[in-house]
Design a protein around this ligand. Structure first.
Ligand SMILES: [Zn+2]
Length: 146
């Protein structure tokens, strides 16, 4: 689903609003008062995958929003997220170049370390000897570093 990213949090569009343009107009129309918005918690998941119902709410001052963007996230039920994570565990990290050497260092906490795309923080692609790895960003994504 499409969400709004503001200060690294992923917010659900307010009721009746479904485009960045309409949200911009909404902010302008509400300048001078705080608006309450719901966001997806990143506590038990790795972006861009989130868990249905694991949301919080924050009051936003429209005047303080200098930049926002729309982005795509995948929202799964807790059961579905856990099932996919458990499925991944069987083959976790085996496609990583580092895994062939010494196994992976991502440890037992796969909920925080393993994205549902199958790549953990330490993922390294086996391409011409170059090393790639991921770091977890402030907004809970795994960012590919070279
Ligand atoms: Zn790993």
């Amino acid at each position: 689903m499409k969400v709004l990213e503001i200060d690294y949090d992923k917010y659900i569009y307010p009721d009746g609003i479904s485009t960045p343009e309409a949200f911009g107009a909404y902010l302008l129309a509400h300048s001078g008062r705080f608006i309450e918005m719901r966001y997806f918690s990143g506590d038990n998941c790795v972006a861009p995958y989130y868990i249905e119902g694991e949301t919080g709410s924050k009051f936003i001052n429209p005047a303080m929003v200098s930049v926002f963007r729309e982005c795509e996230v995948t929202v799964l039920s807790r059961g579905e997220y856990d099932r996919r994570l458990a499925d991944l565990e069987k083959n976790r990290c085996v496609h990583c170049a580092k895994y062939k050497m010494n196994g992976c260092e991502c440890g037992d906490n796969i909920r925080d370390n393993l994205c549902l795309d199958g790549k953990c923080w330490h993922f390294a692609a086996d391409v011409d000897g170059a090393e790639y790895f991921f770091e977890k960003t402030i907004d809970n994504r795994l960012l590919l570093m070279v």
